[in-house]
Design a protein around this ligand. Structure first.
Ligand code: GLU
Length: 448
């Protein structure tokens, strides 16, 4: 059996066994199709059933999360933690609180996380979790009671050497604080290394808040530099307006780019003078409002209902930082027609498989999520190191490490692509480079 036959065989098994889980199947397909040449080079991996094992989570936990709202009504949500792969370190990955969360979404995110975490070069395995709870419109008290109930079950499955959750969509500093407080109460001990993304007063790391957005820009700049270009003077469109989008905007602007648009799930804003980030931070981080409120700060800007329209704006660089599937084939074609030269993913799997084909077929420099947005989890691993050492590095120290990690992720991916005869295909290169380390570790550890 050659590499391609092996990959197709496993893909068929995965789709039969996980039918209906579209997001998970898309993520598996994207990775596995890149790996065929690796199996031609390493037939022993086929014999060891490496792919059959890697597509099956080591453990999946699903649980009831009951809580009481401000009016005394009992609510029940569903909690998840998927512990996907621990070959190179403790499971590591965020928690997502969003009404769309289900087993397929958590499995796709957990699967991606295995290779993303491997690319960082740090000793962290892959996991992910979350709930279909919607923090939007909830009071602080409701969010706290939900987080406590969620942790009342999760605490028995996590630990600083086994599984270390963090934030993702809908889980930021507030939620991590409530969850850490409850974990500490249940365990009766201070184990700051059990969660990352903590506040600075109780074990958090400087730069963690900025890390995914900054990392995305460090990666993008490196990819452009390798292609004789740079962000300076470029028009940039960024979707989303959460943590990733805000700090990507900040760093891109610092490097001389002009960010002209941001969005949320209702619509997008266009500001031809460049986004006023102080306004966005106040709307999103302080008031927890909608991006439409930007017009109260900058009346000359434009607001358009519907978030997908953001990809019709003419730009040199597009950075999808909202959520999965936000760029479909049609949007990708519009971006290409409008002359967009660079697309790098701040969100997880924001471009559909068809959209990626459009980018790659038209010479767009494409930075895939697992490489481009790895800065967040990389900084989480640095937070774990600081917690173990019981000391705190300065902002500059962490930021410099983050920069080195992102530059290294780009060069590893570019090198692997070249080695396998696909120079410039960073998608394929990052899949191969991320996979190789996990594969070697799994081979060394026997059939487990
Ligand atoms: N949720 C982020 C991601 O998708 C960060 C995970 C973490 O810090 O563990 O990579």
């Amino acid at each position: 059996m050659n590499g391609r036959e092996y990959v197709l065989k496993v893909l068929e098994e995965v789709s039969n066994r996980n039918s209906g889980e579209k997001e998970f199947l898309d993520a598996v397909k994207e990775v596995l199709l890149s790996l065929a040449p690796v199996f031609d080079k390493h037939p022993e991996y086929i014999e060891a059933g490496l792919l059959e094992r890697i597509v099956e989570p080591e453990r999946q936990i699903m649980f009831r999360v009951p809580w009481v709202d401000d009016n005394g009504n009992v609510k029940v949500n569903r909690g998840f933690r998927v512990q996907f792969n621990s070959a190179i370190g403790p499971y590591k990955g965020g928690l997502r609180f969003h009404p769309t969360v289900n087993a397929s979404i958590i499995k796709f995110l957990g699967f991606e996380q295995i290779f993303k975490n491997s690319l960082t070069g740090l000793p962290i395995g892959g996991g992910k979790g979350g709930s279909d709870f919607d923090p939007k419109g909830k009071s602080n008290g409701e969010v706290m009671r939900f987080c406590q109930s969620f942790m009342a079950e999760l605490y028995r499955h996590i630990g600083q050497d086994t599984d270390v959750p963090a934030g993702d969509i809908g889980v930021g500093g507030r939620e991590i604080g409530y969850m850490y407080g409850y974990y500490k109460k249940l365990r009766g001990a201070n184990d700051p290394g059990v969660l990352t993304g903590k506040g600075l007063t109780y074990g958090g790391s400087l730069t963690r808040t900025e890390a995914t957005g900054y990392g995305l820009i460090y990666f993008t700049e490196e990819m452009m530099k390798d292609n004789n270009s740079s962000l300076a003077g470029k028009i940039v469109v960024i979707s989303g307006s959460g943590n990733v989008a805000i700090y990507a905007t900040k760093k891109a602007t610092e490097l001389g780019a002009k960010v002209v648009a941001l969005s949320d799930s209702n619509g997008y804003i266009y500001d031809e003078n460049g986004i006023n980030l102080d306004a966005v931070k106040e709307i999103k981080e302080v008031k927890r409002g909608r991006i439409k409120d930007y017009l109260n700060y900058v009346p000359s800007a434009k607001y358009v209902e519907g978030c997908r329209g953001i990809w019709t704006i003419k730009c040199d660089v597009a950075l999808p930082c909202a959520t999965q599937g936000e760029i479909d084939e049609a949007s990708a074609k519009i971006l290409v027609e409008n002359g967009t030269k660079v697309v790098a993913e701040g969100a997880n799997m924001p471009s559909s498989l068809e959209a990626i084909k459009v980018f790659q077929g038209n010479g767009v420099l494409f930075g895939p999520a697992k490489a481009a947005n790895a800065g967040g989890v990389a900084c989480s691993a640095l937070e774990m190191s600081q917690n173990s050492m019981r000391l705190s590095w300065t902002f500059e120290e962490v930021d410099n490490k983050l920069k080195d990690i992102m530059v290294n992720i780009y060069s590893q991916s570019a090198k692997a692509a070249k080695e396998y005869g696909e120079e410039g295909n960073i998608l394929m290169g990052s899949n191969i480079a991320g996979f190789n380390k996990v594969a070697e570790a799994m081979m060394a550890q026997g059939i487990v």
